[in-house]
Ligand binder design. Sequence first.
Ligand SMILES: Nc1ncnc2c1ncn2[C@@H]1O[C@H](COP(=O)(O)OP(=O)(O)OP(=O)(O)O)[C@@H](O)[C@H]1O
Ligand SMILES: [Zn+2]
Length: 744
Amino acid sequence: MPAAESVQSVVDVLFPVAVDTAYSYVAPAAMGLVPGAFVEAPLGPRRAIGVVFAQRPAPPGASNLRAVAARLDISPLGDRLRDFIDWVARWGMSPRGMVLRMAIRAPFHAAPEPKRVGLRLTGAAPARLTPARERTLAAAQAGGLMTKAALAKAAGVSASVIDGLIRQGVFTLETLAPEPAAPVGDPDFRQPLLSQDQAAAAAELAKAVLAQSFSVTLLEGVTGSGKTETYFEAIAAALRAGRQTLVLLPEIALTSQFVDRFGARFGAAPVEWHSGIGAARRARIWSAVASGEAKIIIGARSALFLPFQSLGLVIVDEEHDGAYKQEDGVVYHARDMAVVRGRIEQCAVILASATPSIETRVNADQGRYRRLVLKDRFGGRAMPKIEAVDMRLKPPPRGKWISPALIAALADNLGKGQQSLLFLNRRGYAPLTLCRSCGHRFQCPNCAAWLVDHRFRKALICHHCGHMERRPELCPNCEAVESLMACGPGVERLEEEAAELFPDARLMILSSDLAGGAERLRAEFEAVARGACDIVIGTQLVAKGHNFPGLTLVGVIDADIGLTSGDPRAAERTFQLLQQVTGRAGRFETPGRALVQSFQPEHPVMRAILSGDSEKFYAEEIEQRRRAGLPPFGRLAALIVSGNDAASAEAFARALARAAHDLPRSDGWTLAAAGGLPTEGELSLLGPAEAPIAILRGRHRFRLLIRAPRSSDLQGFLNALLAAGPPQRGGVNAAIDIDPQSFL
Ligand SMILES: Nc1ncnc2c1ncn2[C@@H]1O[C@H](COP(=O)(O)OP(=O)(O)OP(=O)(O)O)[C@@H](O)[C@H]1O
Ligand SMILES: [Zn+2]
C-alpha cells in the first residue's frame, strides 16, 4: 500500500478570472480537499485563489500537473451553487470564472467590523433639562444600551444634543459586542389578520414551501392588495421549517419601508445585501449564509449568488421590473435565474407583481407556474379612479406641461389637505438645449445623444456615459448671448411650473439625481410617507412599491413617453409603469384618483389603464407576441458590435452575418435563408443595423438580432457563429446579450 502522502487526487480548479476552463492540479490526500473547497494554486507566474469544481483519483504514476499550494479556511461552495454558476455562465455565455467571481467576492474582505460604542446612563442629571434632553433621557431609559446614532434616531434629536450630555457626565461610553451577523426572526412575532383572499393565498404559498420541492407560483395582486403581507406567511413557514429565504427586491437600497414592515412582522431586522453594504459586513453575511445562521436575506439581484446552506424559498418581488436584468459584465436576468436556482435547490419560488411580465403570465397560463390572484385592495379600499386628459383637445399653454384639468384637480386636492404626485419619467430640467439664433444643439462628445440640462447639478449631462459640462453663457457655435433655450420637460422643470401654480404648496422632487444618494432618498421617501409635502414630483423611482398613506391624486404628465421606443416590450413596459404609478393613489382611507395626460388616449395601453381591464391587455399583448415569435414564444439574443470607427464596426458586423449563413448545419438549430421569411423552427438573423445610440462612449455600434424558436439551441448557434466569424481585433468587439431588455 502506498504511503498516505503519496495518495493524490486530481482537482479541476476554477479561478475568478475571464476564462471558462477549470485547470487541473494534483493535491495530496492529506490536504483533505473536497469539491467546492477554496484553494491557492499556481496560475501562470502567480498564485491565485480558486475553487475546486471537480475531483478524481490521480492516475497511477508521476504526474506532470502542478500541485495545489494550499487549502483556505473558507466554507466550501456547495454542489448546488457550483451547478448554478455553470448554469448562469452557459445561459448568458459568460466565462464561468466571471460568474464564480460574483459568488466569491465577499469572503475575502473579512476584516474586523468597526467597534461599536454604547451609551450607558450614569444617573447624573443634566445641568438644564431642555425638551430635546428630556426626550433623549426617556429614549435611553426605554431602549437600554444604544449607540449614539440609534439613540439620536429613537429620541429624534441631533448627535450634538447627545454629545452635550456625554460632556456633562450623563452618559458613559461602553464597548458593545459586534452586531450579530444575522438576527433571527420569530415566525410568530406578530401575525397579521389576513383577509380571506390573502389567507387562502398564504396557505397555498406555505404549502409550496413545506413541500420542499421545486415549484414556481405567481402571486398576482392589484396594487395595494397586500402581496407583501401574504408572502410574509410563506417566509414564516420556511423559518419554522428551519430553511432559508431569499427575497429579491428591485430597488432595495431605497426601501426602508420594507425593512420596517419586515421588522414589525418578524420582530427582527432582515439581513440586507446590496451595494450599499460595507465589505466587512458582506464578509460576515456571506459566512452566516453559508453556515445557515442567516435565515432571511433581502437583497438586490446579486444576492442570488450567495452560498445558501438550505434554501427553502426564493421570492422575487416586483418580478416584472427591468432592474433584474444585468446587462454589463456577466449578463443574466435575476428573475429567470431565481427560477433556475429554485429548481437546482428544489425549493419554492414566488414571483410577485401587480403587473406580471408577459413571460411570467404565459408560464402561468400554460400551467408551468401556479397562479394566485388577489383581486381587491386590502380592507375594502377602492382602486383609484383613472381619467384621461386628451392633450390634443385640452393642452396646457405653450411651454407648460400641466393641463388645466390637472391643475384643477391639484388645487382641489391641496384644498382638502391631501397629497398629490406628479409623475414624469425624465430626469433633470430639460432633455435638450438649443440655441435660438443658430439652432445649435448640445450633444455629448462621446455619444450620439443630447445632453440633458440638470439645473440642480448646474451642468449639462449625458445620461449614457456621464459626460458633464457647464451650461455656457454664450452659444458655443454662434456666440449669441442669452440665446440658449431648454426644450421639453424634466422633473426639475415640472417643479418650477408647479411652484408657480401653487406657491404655498410644499413640493418635493424624487429622482436619482438628488445629492446624498440612496441614504438621502430613503429619508425623502420616509418624509413623503409622513406627509411632509403636498406635491411629490417624481420619476419612475416613485412608481415602485411605495406606500404613501396620504397620497390620493396621481397626475401622469406624459403617458406616451415610452410608447415610441421601438422596443418589443414598449407597450408592456408602459402599461406596467402607468399601472404601478397610478396604483400609488388612495391606498388608505381616502379613495384615490389619477389623471393621465396623453396624446393618444385610444392606444391599447391607455385604454387598458383607463378601463382597468388588464386581462384584455394581457390577452392582446400575448397574442401579438405569439404571432411575432417574440419572447416568451421565441427567444432573442442581440449581438452588439462596436469599434473605434463606424466602418470597421460595420464591416465586422456584416462579416458576422455572412459567416452565419456559411455555418455548417447543426442538429440544434437551422438558420432561415438570408432575406427570406423564417419557417417554423428556424432561427432568423436581423441586421446588422446601426444601433439607436449609434455612438456610445466613443464607440460606434451596430446591432444584430437573432430570433429563435424556443426549442432551438440559441447559445450553441452563437458559439458557433463567434468561432466562425472574423477575429475580434483592431478595436472591434462583439458582445452578446441574451434576452435583451434594452434595445439602444
Ligand atoms: N392583512 C393585512 N393587515 C393589515 N394591513 C394590511 C394587510 N394587508 C395589507 N395591508 C396593508 O395594505 C397596504 C398595501 O399592502 P402591500 O404594500 O403589501 O400591497 P402590495 O400588494 O405589495 O402593493 P403594490 O403592488 O402596490 O406594492 C400596506 O400598507 C399594508 O400594510
Ligand atoms: Zn455620452
